[in-house]
Design a protein around this ligand. Structure first.
Ligand code: EPZ
Length: 452
């Protein structure tokens, strides 16, 4: 199993490009099922994307990827399946996002449901209630849904009690080929939703906003489409947090600045200087960050829950106390106990976390708990003194396209080693009494550099 080794204490400097957004590409891959062909550009190389690809191939689609150009080609002319088994649904947290497309294409769907996840229960009542209003018969069985429609989906007036991103996406996709008009109120308005609407409209759907609603005029069919995924605002927030945490100065290119409106003021509150230009943002951090008075997460356009953990990592060394409140998911603090192994001072109370900045963080062996928590551990390791080791990296691979390469491009010292070499290294170090940075757990850095 691979382990990420990070030599911390070095400011990040340099430039990097932001990739296509994980939370934009997944609903688009589902909606692609409604088109004869789709070309998806800026497709990030993520394990969640490979999981979605396996679902499309299981359904009979032909999918090819030119890795080097991050272009995915999907041909659905041979598609014939309407079932997503547990073996595939379980690989991708958000496989429920295929439900609307299966119903729009076939009028039926059998979809296994992965249980709750590390962030807490992931209910789907909003998806189910909305689809039932469109005429879908849904039998909820242990571990999955059996769905069918007499004839075609029907347009409906749907009001969501909570602006669920996934429910909005499922209903949007289903309504694209429904008979009649669907209006959605109380829907999510994240940039990834706009991306999905853009994809569907380019494929011939008729979706527009009217008096605060989303209106979807069902059409007979969608046609071939060529689409570029929007930039990943959470990836941008993550690397800005890493630069802030290490007192560095970086420039991120290919960002969509309006998508960061709720995030950038937080870095300014921490004492960072920001410069923006078209699709670029530069951040220059002070030697020591100021604390964040109070930060609560909420649906867009407020501060995104996915950026909480990375920004919290940057606050660990701030000069004072920072207060965080997670109001979207039940638990977004699974990574905090890993912070505490590094000497961080975090006091938890329900959905609130109080971070008292410390003078320094010590390196440690860390275990990723979830996607954004894992990214937060990388940031803390970059800010810590010494060499840290991070495992359970499968969480990070879900949502960050080649993170080690981006960090190295920004001047960070990160390399991949096998977990076994840490154990041997530890024995060697104790035997030979190495304790300084030159021997991270007894592994001569020179031997591990460039192992990436
Ligand atoms: C999407 O998840 C994202 N995932 C999440 O990103 C993101 O954190 C979340 O939206 C909020 O922005 C993808 O896009 C693949 P929700 P989703 O439905 O659609 C409750 C990451 O780290 N709810 O908006 O699952 C739910 O319990 C991931 O990139 C219901 O009660 O989020 C939660 O408390 C994590 N009933 C809240 O709404 C429902 O039917 C937000 O969920 C659906 C949701």
């Amino acid at each position: 199993m691979n382990v990420m080794a990070i030599e911390g204490g070095l400011p990040l400097y340099g430039e990097a490009e932001v990739h296509g957004a994980k939370n934009a590409v997944l609903p688009v891959l589902s909606a692609a099922l409604l088109c004869p062909k789709a070309t998806i550009r800026s497709c990030p190389l993520l394990s969640d994307v490979w999981a979605a690809r396996r679902i499309l191939e299981h359904l009979g689609c032909k999918v090819s990827m030119a890795d080097s150009e991050r272009i995915l080609q999907i041909n659905t002319s041979s598609a014939n399946g309407y079932g997503v088994p547990e073996s595939l649904a379980g690989e991708m947290r958000s496989s429920i996002i295929f439900l609307g497309a299966l119903l729009a294409r076939w009028g039926k769907a059998h979809i296994a449901l992965p249980g709750g996840c590390r962030l807490g229960p992931r209910p789907i009542d909003l998806h189910i209630n909305g689809l039932r209003q469109m005429g879908v018969r849904i039998i909820e069985q242990e571990g999955g849904l059996i769905c069918s429609v007499d004839g075609t989906l029907k347009g409906a007036d749907i009001c969501l009690r909570y602006p669920s991103v996934g429910a909005t996406e499922n209903l949007l996709i289903a309504a694209s080929l429904a008979k009649g008009i669907t209006t959605l109120r109380g829907m999510a308005v994240e940039p990834e939703i706009d991306g999905l609407i853009d994809f569907l409209n380019r494929a011939g759907a008729r979706i527009y906003r009217k008096e605060g609603c989303l209106c979807i005029e069902g059409v007979e069919f969608l046609h071939e489409v060529d689409y570029t995924i929007i930039p990943d605002r959470i990836e941008a927030a993550t690397y800005l947090s890493a630069a802030a945490a290490t007192g560095g100065e970086i420039t991120l290119k290919k960002v969509c600045l309006p998508h960061l409106d709720a995030v950038l003021p937080v870095f300014e509150e921490m004492g960072c200087t920001l410069k923006t230009k078209q699709d670029e943002i530069s951040l220059s951090a002070p030697k020591r960050l100021s604390p964040i008075h109070s930060l609560s997460t909420a649906p867009y356009p407020r501060f995104p829950t996915d950026a909480l953990a990375p920004v919290m990592a940057a606050s660990l060394l701030a000069d004072g106390a920072s207060r965080f409140e997670e109001l979207v998911f039940q638990s977004r603090y699974l990574h905090v106990n890993q912070f505490e192994k590094m000497g961080a001072n975090v006091h938890m109370e329900g959905r609130t976390a109080l971070v008292n900045g410390v003078a320094f963080l010590r390196s440690a062996r860390l275990h990723c708990t979830d996607l954004r928590g894992g990214a937060a551990l990388v940031i803390a390791a970059l800010a810590a003194k010494g060499v840290s080791f991070i495992d359970e990296l499968q969480h990070i691979y879900r949502g960050y396209d080649d993170m080690p390469a981006v960090i190295r491009q920004l001047g960070g010292k990160v390399w991949m080693i096998s977990s076994g070499s840490i154990e041997t290294g530890e024995k060697e170090r104790k035997k030979e009494g190495f304790s300084n940075l030159g021997y991270a757990a007894g592994i001569p850095l020179a031997q591990t550099q460039g192992v990436l």
